[in-house]
Design a protein around this ligand. Structure first.
Ligand SMILES: [Zn+2]
Ligand SMILES: [Zn+2]
Length: 346
């Protein structure tokens, strides 16, 4: 089968690989019906994810149909349409039992797919811990509607969940890329009094204005003043930093009011500075990534109920055999791209 493979820093190729096999009783083999390219894939290609294993098939955003299951799998069966979770987790260790599935201590726990084990930019994928890693897609929810449930929408949902948002709050979201938009949609469901999005890219800012007219949009240069002028207590009550640019970590805590929650969702390419003397007395609470992706069933329920719709994010569609071109467009943000859906050719 065809599999888009990471070959080491800066190198990748679509190569022929053997079909994945069931390796353990909790595994499932999923025929990928729709996949996607994530910014995290670009981070791997740039060499900024040290645990990524050269030779691994990329891709951790996909939906598909269960082909085969190991003998201990109970939650899904062959023929089920499923959303694949970016995180595979055992469901039993200390971290899993507390909902901290990102830090599952199992060897295949956390973000393994498309990083440490073969992922889903391929025709088939093996999913360990299938009972936790796969969620059945309700009838009436399409592949495109479910495509982001296991990763970027799970991330936005988790970020909104841990950020202690109330209906009195002014919430600032920094970054309106795909994960930023998923975060925005999840924050909107919590109905804070005001939502401000900071985005420097004019196409992305326009995307927010066009699709979500109740949201205020500002740019990074004027962001601090804008947030002070449009929040209720001299700064945002909650800040979610989803941009991961050189200066957005600083912007996040600068825009926060004293005693605010600052949730850092972004995956940075380099270390960030935490200037404690300057922020002394501001009494901030920082929460950091990555996602505990264990709410997929609830998210799919919200999609089925018409409360969440991420399909506007899919701006481009490519077959798997042209995935290199899809990467070029996505990595260089050409042609107004937000997300590229990839269909395996069978
Ligand atoms: Zn991702
Ligand atoms: Zn675990």
């Amino acid at each position: 089968m065809l599999a888009y493979t990471y070959l080491g820093e800066g190198r990748s190729a679509l190569i022929d690989k053997p079909m994945p096999q069931i390796l353990g009783p909790k595994d499932a083999i999923v025929r990928v019906t729709l996949g996607c390219i994530c910014t995290s894939d670009l981070h791997i290609l740039r060499g900024s994810v040290p645990r990524a294993v050269p030779g691994v098939t990329l891709g951790h955003e996909m939906v598909g149909v269960v082909e085969r299951t190991g003998e201990a799998v109970r939650g899904v069966k062959p023929g089920d349409r499923v959303a694949v979770n970016v995180e595979t987790f055992c469901g039993e260790c200390f971290f899993c039992r507390h909902g901290y599935v990102n830090n599952c201590t199992d060897p295949d726990g956390g973000w393994a797919l498309g990083c440490r084990i073969d992922g889903g930019q391929a025709e088939y994928v093996r999913v360990p811990h299938a009972d936790q890693g796969l969620t059945v897609i309700p009838d009436g929810v399409s592949d495109e509607q479910a495509l982001f449930v296991g990763d970027i929408l799970a991330t936005g949902w988790w970020a909104a969940r841990i950020s202690e948002i109330t209906e009195e709050d002014a919430v600032l979201i920094i970054g309106a890329g795909p994960t930023g938009i998923c975060t925005l949609l999840s924050v909107m469901l919590r109905r804070p009094a005001r939502i401000i999005v900071c985005e420097k890219d004019s196409q992305r800012a326009d995307f927010v204005r066009r699709h979500y007219p109740s949201v205020l949009v500002t740019g990074p240069e004027e962001c601090v003043d804008f947030v002070r002028g449009h929040s209720f207590h001299g700064g945002a009550d909650v800040v979610l930093e989803v941009a991961g640019s050189d200066d957005t970590f600083r912007l996040a805590w600068e825009c926060a009011r004293p005693n605010a929650v600052v949730t850092v969702v972004a995956l940075y390419d380099g270390p960030q500075v935490l200037p404690l003397p300057q922020m002394y007395g501001k009494n901030l609470t920082f929460k950091t990534g990555g996602v505990d992706g264990c709410d997929c069933a609830e998210i799919l329920h919200m999609i089925a109920a018409g409360q969440l719709d991420t399909t506007p994010l899919i701006t481009h569609r490519f077959p798997l055999n042209r995935i290199g071109e899809a990467y070029r467009i996505f990595a260089n943000r050409l042609d107004g791209v937000v997300k590229v859906a990839v269909t395996p050719d069978l």
